[in-house]
Design a binder for this molecule. Sequence first.
Ligand code: NDP
Ligand code: MG
Length: 398
Amino acid sequence: MKRIAVLGATGSIGKSSLDVISRDKENFEVVLISAHSSREELERLSRQFPSAVCVFSGDTGGKEKLLTAIKNANACLIINGISGSPGLEPSLAAIESGAALALANKETIVMAGRLVLRRAKEKNVNVIPVDSEHSAIFHLLQREIFNHSASQGITREDFYNRASQGFMEEDIKSYLNNHVSEIILTASGGPFRKFSLKEMESVTAKDALTHPTWKMGPKITIDSASMANKGLEIIEACVLFNMPPEKIKVVIHPQSIVHSMVRLCNGALYTQASIPDMRHPIHDALYWPETKPSSLESLSFDSLTLEFEKPDTEKFPMLNLARKAAQYGALFPCAYNAANEEAVAAFLNGRIRFTDIPKVTEYALEADWSLKYDDLETVLKADNEARERALSFIHKLV
Ligand code: NDP
Ligand code: MG
């Protein structure tokens, strides 16, 4: 029996996770579920998973209660499906508890990737990406590196432990540098792919909350429309796979069937594909490092059309702002994320226009975020300062 915790159980990732877990009651036991504002929904889930401790973190002292519950859960795998920056501290608590971390919460890596992966390595804990693109790359690169490691006499178990802690080991790093020419992230392009900049100026929150292929929580849906989501994912890929931003490409693929690609130096392109359903990467993370049969729908070629096009970086400035943040490193990615979160909240409240989101983020990034961090406090301080800077710009706009 694998003891599993699902953080953000009432959200889109949380519900998908509980669905996958429910399909294999012989192997999985849910030991902890959490929610933040959906008290009734959490109560309903607690009846469905009676063995789970339920934590509602939306009231006073809620955050501490959640962190303590994570540390005491004695889970072997913790799925983090919390949305946004509040996911960082639970991720660190999960690592401290010694559980493997199945990470949907990309903000954890964007805000404090170096710290998180260092702690994972020190605690000998695996970090398994669940974000579909990174799950795809993770599994593709692992197969590639595994062949190499096996030829060096490295055992399978040793290899898996090292690879999941961020591909940080020098020999893996140099192998990837020499053999992988690029990582290609696919992006649906969101609902405004065919809009002009002028048309994007007047879109409403309702327009932006309608995603063409994925059903997700509101924050990530807005980020998909502005392509900030792909921006966050460029940073996430750089950190997780130890790649410079120039080796991370983005291609628009409206059908969201191909989840990402890896191009090797000999020109061979490896792709990972499935129907767009987050239960696939969640399934892969739950059983990792093994590959188990899945009862989920598999991809059929009967009426399949796959299109690819170049992203328009002028219409979607969040892409290049993320590249800049990834290139500068240090606290720049954290500032990018914080400013974007404030801008998205202001857009959803009707205070700024959709096209103001990158302006707010650009302004926040103009400050100096070059301080190298090694602790949570420094990260949280920068997160706070970037929000203040973003808010000062938002006040000027309204
Ligand atoms: P949702 O908004 O659907 O769900 C978020 C979950 O987090 C809810 O359970 C919510 O509780 C909980 N939550 C919200 N705020 C807090 C807080 N301050 N403290 C603790 N818990 C909180 O989000 P998604 O499931 O869409 O996304 C979750 C994460 O996964 C994000 O980081 C996203 O980027 C990432 N991701 C999501 C994908 C998807 O398909 N949805 C795909 C790839 C990545 P409550 O409902 O009670 O408010
Ligand atoms: Mg993704």
